[in-house]
Ligand binder design. Structure first.
Ligand code: PLP
Length: 497
């Protein structure tokens, strides 16, 4: 490690190169550069929650890959073809065909985004006292399960909670944990198993087809359905192709179909794999469940042939699905994330291993070892990254985990992460280098960052979105960072094209 405060540029390790994109840029969106003083003032106004910053004051926005990807010229062209008929629009049928072709479920119900599909599915299937096992929780998914009276149980393999365990399929279900839950509460109290591919909260870790088949077999014996969270199932399919014996010769599209075949239905946030700014769906095989869900869609979203989306949105999703399974598209996506990870890890920064499909996750407890868990090291690090270079990241640790509904205590999940989430097709290698340089610069100053933040306002549900904090000391972290050596390497946006 170099001396604290040093900002020697690091050479990228030779083995990982930034992928050459299978597209060129036709339209650009200017970004605004800010001064350290401007950022310090903006962060204070935002209550030290980067989620409350005006996006205009963010230079590189890695808050989420949800709805932030760049649409293709073909998607924009499809937007003009949107049929805005209230009922049975042509765009609905194109959308339905794309979901059926690529995901294989017969009954397709559009929703405005993923959580609406989760809400409707949870209302249909969950009753008070039910138990829902899953491979790690996701924020909105668990929230809807709990709002409907269910209790979520994490049945992911133990290694998923260990950021250093470098294993190919850390999204897998621990079948013993699943069997134990079935034995304890009884199969009739389990409305479905909730499976994510990939597992967002574990840093984008995939589940293997072999594990999925075992889950299918176990749940079939007990008559329990399996519902897939398909938000990043294409990324999961790519990892299966790379890592799972026997699948390297198959296309990502074939593997995606295989994943879905092993499940009874899916909720989808099309804002992820399908490159749209808004959209989602619920799809199932059981026509009776579909009927029940359509009845609810009409109440909460819109008619069952548009479900909260305009005809043009349905067109963009349909086109996005086709593009998402193209091999060069998904390869570039995952390799860009790997490039950023390798630059960061090459400087010794602790990150979650292996690198997931949509994000690089910094292990905040390893990064800021002097900030106690009660002072939210991950939340603190998101502030530092913004102050240093205008980068917006996401806290995925104790603040996101919320409080235990029974005891009211803070939950301290084993993973205290800062997620650098990469939108698809939106940022270049220059941007990735700015991010890597900033992370490395802060890591080299980590000894100076000894105190964290505390709540000044805490909402009762999904608190991470709207909570506010204050720093616990006048730590240099919370002033303009780096004593005058703030980012010098920002590219001129005009040069990015
Ligand atoms: C984003 C996301 C959701 C929720 O979808 P929205 O479109 O944001 O409502 C559900 N599950 C996972 C894994 C996600 O990443």
């Amino acid at each position: 490690m170099s001396a604290p405060g040093s900002s020697e540029p690091k050479e990228p390790p030779a083995q990982v190169r930034h992928p050459a994109e299978p597209w060129r840029i036709k339209s650009v969106e200017p970004l605004r550069l800010t001064s350290p003083e401007e950022r310090a003032a903006a962060l204070a106004t935002a209550g030290y929650n980067v989620g409350l910053l005006p996006a205009e004051l963010v230079y590189i926005d890695l808050y989420t890959d949800s709805g932030t990807s760049a649409m293709s010229d073909r998607q924009w062209a499809a937007v003009m073809l949107g049929d805005e008929s209230y009922a049975g629009s042509r765009s609905y049928y194109r959308f339905e065909a794309a979901v059926r072709d690529h995901y294989g479920y017969e009954e397709v119900i559009p929703t405005h985004q993923g959580r609406a599909a989760e809400s409707i599915l949870s209302r249909c299937l969950i009753r008070p006292g039910h138990h829902i096992p899953g491979n790690m929780y996701f924020t909105t998914t668990r929230e809807h399960q709990e709002l409907n009276g269910g209790t979520f149980h994490d049945v992911i393999v133990d290694e998923a909670h260990d950021p250093a365990a470098d294993l190919p399929f850390k999204g897998n279900v621990d079948l013993t944990k699943l069997q134990q839950l079935i034995d304890k509460v009884g199969a009739e109290q389990i409305p479905y198993v909730s499976l994510a591919a990939t597992v967002n909260m574990a840093g984008g870790q995939p589940i293997s087809l072999a594990n999925l088949a075992e889950v299918r077999e176990l749940t079939r014996r007990h008559g329990i359905p399996v519902i897939l969270d398909a938000a990043r199932a294409v990324e999961n399919a790519w990892f299966i192709k790379q890592r799972e014996p026997g699948w390297s010769g198959r296309t990502v599209a074939e593997i995606l179909r295989k994943i879905c075949e092993l499940t009874d239905g899916a909720t989808m946030s099309a804002k992820k794999d399908s490159f749209v700014n808004i959209g989602g769906w619920l799809a199932v095989r059981d026509p009776r469940l579909a009927e029940q869900a359509r009845n609810l869609v009409v109440v909460y979203e819109g008619l069952h042939t548009y479900g909260g989306m305009a005809g043009r949105d349905l067109e963009a999703v349909a086109q996005g699905i086709e593009e998402s399974v193209q091999e060069d598209s998904i390869r570039t996506r995952v390799e860009q994330v790997a490039y950023l990870a390798d630059r960061i890890a090459g400087a010794g920064v602790p990150i979650v291993r292996p690198v997931g499909g949509h994000a690089v996750c910094l292990n905040a407890t390893g990064f800021l070892p002097y900030v106690p868990r009660e002072q939210f090291p991950a939340q603190t690090l998101t502030c530092a990254l913004y102050l240093d270079a205008g980068i917006r990241s996401t806290e995925r640790g104790a603040v996101s985990a919320g409080r235990d509904p029974v005891t009211g205590e803070n939950r301290y999940p084993p993973l205290e992460l800062v997620r650098l989430t990469i939108p698809r097709r939106a940022y270049t290698q220059g941007h990735m280098d700015v991010v890597a340089d900033s992370v490395i610069r802060l890591y080299e100053r980590r000894e100076e960052l000894c105190s964290g933040v505390e709540f000044t306002h805490e909402p009762s549900t999904l608190r991470f979105f709207q909570s506010r904090f204050r720093p616990l000391s006048a730590d240099p972290l919370f002033g303009p960072v780096a004593g005058g050596q703030a980012p010098q390497v920002l590219p001129d946006p005009a040069e990015i094209t």
